[in-house]
Ligand binder design. Structure first.
Ligand code: CA
Length: 235
């Protein structure tokens, strides 16, 4: 399986989409092209990209609606491609959970810088300053940050991207209580009434996948009403 990052490019102007694809492909990213909101949504659902580049002015629907729809369930990073001069669209996009925006026309260097930064900031273990090749271990739990893989002993534990991101975030802050709000802000970027519930559901899945029984605090300590804490060995 290819380990290249998959980037969905939703843009109806062919020359701009081709320009973005050419740059990204030349820099070892895999691209998925879409020319409309509906096409973008289909590609998103069938390919689960690592990053979405999103034009706001799409022919069939406002790109803002794509952000609104995706953010109901997913933390997949989104960079908005904006030709608009008004700041309100950008602020609205960011408030709805877009990770960054880039204003047209843009150059190669700027595009690549935004993509790199956005992907890096969505790998909590890396963005927090860990070194390439570094691994986290706690008892028989191992997190391989470079490969975004988790093991218990020899067995690989299959986590969703969001579950992995939560676990990696906690591991970097090992031993420290992270509040619901802090985790939610790091993982989803913004919060709403359902955020704590969403976090709790993800956490329950993580604990189940790690083989923890209710009340078992071997890896992750549930600080009731406050947040979660990655355990430390020997304390
Ligand atoms: Ca457009």
């Amino acid at each position: 399986m290819s380990s290249k990052y998959k980037i969905l490019v939703i843009e109806d102007e062919n020359n701009i989409r081709n320009f973005i694809e050419t740059i990204l492909n030349a820099n070892d990213y895999q691209t998925l092209p879409a020319a409309s909101y509906e096409q973008g949504l289909l590609m998103y659902a069938s390919h689960t990209p690592d990053l979405v580049m999103l034009d706001l002015g799409l022919p069939d629907k406002d790109g803002i609606e794509f952000i609104r729809f995706i953010r109901k369930t997913d933390a997949t990073p989104i960079i908005v491609l904006s030709a608009r001069t008004g700041e309100s669209d950008k602020i609205e996009a960011l408030d709805l959970g877009a990770n960054d925006y880039i204003t047209k026309p843009f150059g190669t260097g700027e595009l690549l810088a935004r993509v790199r930064a956005t992907l890096r900031n969505n790998r909590p273990g890396m963005s927090a300053g860990s070194l390439p090749g570094e691994k986290f271990s706690l008892y028989d739990l191992i997190i391989d940050y470079d490969r975004r893989m988790v093991f218990i002993g020899e067995e690989e534990i299959k986590l969703t991207q969001t579950e992995y991101n939560i676990l990696a975030l906690l591991s970097y802050h090992t031993g420290k209580v992270m509040t619901y709000a802090a985790i939610i802000k790091e993982i989803w970027g913004s919060s709403d009434d359902g955020s704590i519930k969403k976090l709790q559901v993800n956490m329950a899945n993580i604990r189940k996948k790690l083989g923890s029984k209710p009340g078992d605090n071997q890896y992750i300590i549930n600080e009731l009403g406050v947040g979660y804490r990655m355990n430390e060995e020997n304390i």
